[in-house]
Design a protein around this ligand. Structure first.
Ligand code: CP
Ligand code: NVA
Length: 303
């Protein structure tokens, strides 16, 4: 069987994503019961980080341990990748020694090139364009709190960034409608929006976009690599804060999500993120369970 990669949500079918979500829920229950389950014994996941991380590193590293395998943390600064060894060569060499590779980097083309030259599954753990692993956790979290997201309305508030792009893909794969409230100049990739125009729309006004919605999601205004734009972005996004008025405008059962790390007082108020309809802590924990299901799917079926 050919090697499967996970660079965006579109690398798996809707049915496979549902299967991974159900499996994530099961693996979570097994873990809470203290059940030992080690299908990845003697397997190694290489984890290449060119950007910072708390949740992604810890969830993949703990997940591999819990599945009976091993995770290898590789900071690009401490490998030859950081000194300019070609991605093609690195992919061939690293994949000859491990069973899976997780990469967090800048350009999405880097993970694509890695995948083209790797003999083992490549997992995108965030690029400038997509963050599909976070969506596995978000979709599991919605399912656990409110049941199926199919046919629901989700509102993305803020930057048209990597998370927003993964929400656009998720709208298609999990079958929900997506409203995107973002200021002009900070739109997501409009080709991607056009491709999904039947279920994705841009609405400039935050209140219009969140009216009666089932899920409100936001993210930082300046992503990793955009730190010097922070002040400029604070001005541009001033009307795109998720505050209590925005949540009150949503459906009374609406949930709030944020991939974290969050900046209280910027994209979200402390009142909202620390409220009972905010599920950010479950969302963060579910990175572990959802990715264990992904690792099991990719690393046992690839054999
Ligand atoms: N949400 C997320 O990917 O968090 P980290 O940057 O801490 O990994
Ligand atoms: N959009 C954010 C997500 C962090 C998990 C970033 O890319 O920095």
């Amino acid at each position: 069987m050919s090697v499967r990669h996970f660079l965006t949500l579109k690398d798996l079918t809707s049915a496979e994503l549902q299967q991974i979500m159900q499996r994530g829920i099961e693996l979570k229950e097994m873990h809470k019961r203290g059940e030992i389950y080690e299908p990845l014994k003697n397997q190694t996941l290489a984890m290449i980080f060119e950007k910072s991380s708390t949740r992604t590193r810890i969830s993949f590293e703990s997940g591999m341990t819990q599945l009976g395998g091993h995770a290898l943390f590789l900071s690009s600064n401490d490998t030859q990748l950081g000194r300019g060894e070609p991605i093609e060569d690195s992919a061939r060499v690293i994949s000859s020694m491990v069973d899976g590779i997780m990469i967090r980097t800048f350009g999405h083309d880097i993970v694509e090139t890695f995948a083209q030259h790797s003999s083992v599954p490549i997992i995108n753990a965030l690029t400038d364009d997509y963050h599909p692993c976070q969506l596995l956790a978000d979709m599991q979290t919605y399912q656990e709190h409110r049941g199926s997201i199919k046919g629901k309305t989700v509102t993305w508030v803020g930057d048209g960034n990597n998370m927003c792009h993964s929400y656009i893909n998720a709208a298609a794969q999990y079958d929900f409608n997506l409203r995107i409230a973002c200021p002009e100049g900070y739109d997501p990739n409009m080709d991607l929006v056009a491709e999904h125009s039947a279920r994705v729309e841009i609405i400039r006004n935050t209140m219009d976009a969140t009216e009666n919605t089932d899920l409100v999601v936001t993210d930082v205004w300046a992503s990793m690599g955009q730190e010097e734009e922070q002040k400029l972005r604070e001005k541009a996004f001033a009307d795109y804060q998720v505050n209590q008025a925005v949540m009150d405008n949503a459906d009374q059962n609406a949930l709030f999500m944020h991939c974290l790390p969050a900046h209280r007082g910027e994209e979200v108020t402390a009142e909202v993120i620390d409220a009972s309809d905010s599920v950010v802590w479950d969302e963060a924990e579910n990175r572990l369970h959802a990715q264990k299901a992904l690792l099991e799917f990719l690393m046992t079926t690839a054999k």
